[in-house]
Structures are given as C-alpha cells and as structure tokens.
Design a protein around this ligand. Structure first.
Ligand SMILES: [Zn+2]
Ligand SMILES: [Zn+2]
Length: 131
C-alpha cells in the first residue's frame, strides 16, 4: 500500500520534463537571443554584436566544451559556394571556431569585419597602381 503511494508521488509531471532552452542571453551585449536562426540549425552567436560563447567542442551544437568563455568575432571567410563564415576566437583558451552566419546577423558589423583588412593594409595601396 505504501509502495503504491510512493510511485504515485514520483510520477513525472508535465512541467518537470526537461525542455531544451529556446533563448540565451548574450554575454557581450546582454541581448536575449532566440535559438531559432534563419539559415542555420544551430544559433551559436549573437545576431546583434556577433560575439559567441565557447560551449561547443568538436561538433556545432554538441555543447561539450567546459570552457564557457566569450568568443570574439575576428574575421569573415567565404566558402566555395559563396557562403559567409564567421571566425570566432575564444578569449579564454584561444581556440578558433568557424560558424555559419545567420540570416538576421547584423549586416553592418559583418561588412565592417569583411573590409577591415582593406582599411588597414600592411603595405601602401598606391603600390598597386605601379604594377
Ligand atoms: Zn550580443
Ligand atoms: Zn575556450
């Protein structure tokens, strides 16, 4: 009889079930970001400031990393199909991750990052006119 009462007591209720998180708070600009991102299955950076967090280990979305430090967006790379990829460097352990850009990423910040090397060339651009 007491056993019956116990099993009733510990029956899982609907609100006890674990649900995957639907938002995260950006460590950089404190924006609450929805996990749903247009154009990618795993939202892994803030669309407002493009900063990320070191949560994934080898596979995007695995959440296996123990680091947890903020990851700074440092550069844009372009894949063969023309897709833009963001390079993030971890401020804690210097690991670099490649992340697909999302459809709602801040276009001004993306462009600013893409033209930064041209704005600060390591040689005078006038040299090119002499070639
Ligand atoms: Zn942010
Ligand atoms: Zn790290």
């Amino acid at each position: 009889m007491s056993q019956f009462h116990q099993s009733r007591k510990y029956k899982p209720r609907r609100r006890d079930r674990l649900r995957p998180a639907t938002t995260f708070r950006c460590t950089r600009c404190r924006l609450d970001v929805s996990m749903d991102a247009p154009g990618t299955a795993h939202r892994n950076h803030c669309p407002n400031c493009l900063w990320s967090r070191h949560l994934d280990d080898d596979v995007p979305g695995d959440r296996d990393a123990t680091c947890g430090f903020s990851m700074e967006p440092i550069a844009i790379s372009v894949r063969g199909d023309g897709e833009w990829v963001l390079l993030h460097r971890c401020t804690g352990c210097d690991e670099i991750h490649l992340n697909r850009t999302a459809g709602d990423d801040n276009p001004l910040l993306l462009l600013r990052m893409a033209i930064r090397p041209l704005a600060q060339p390591p040689f005078p651009l006038e040299l090119l006119s002499g070639l």
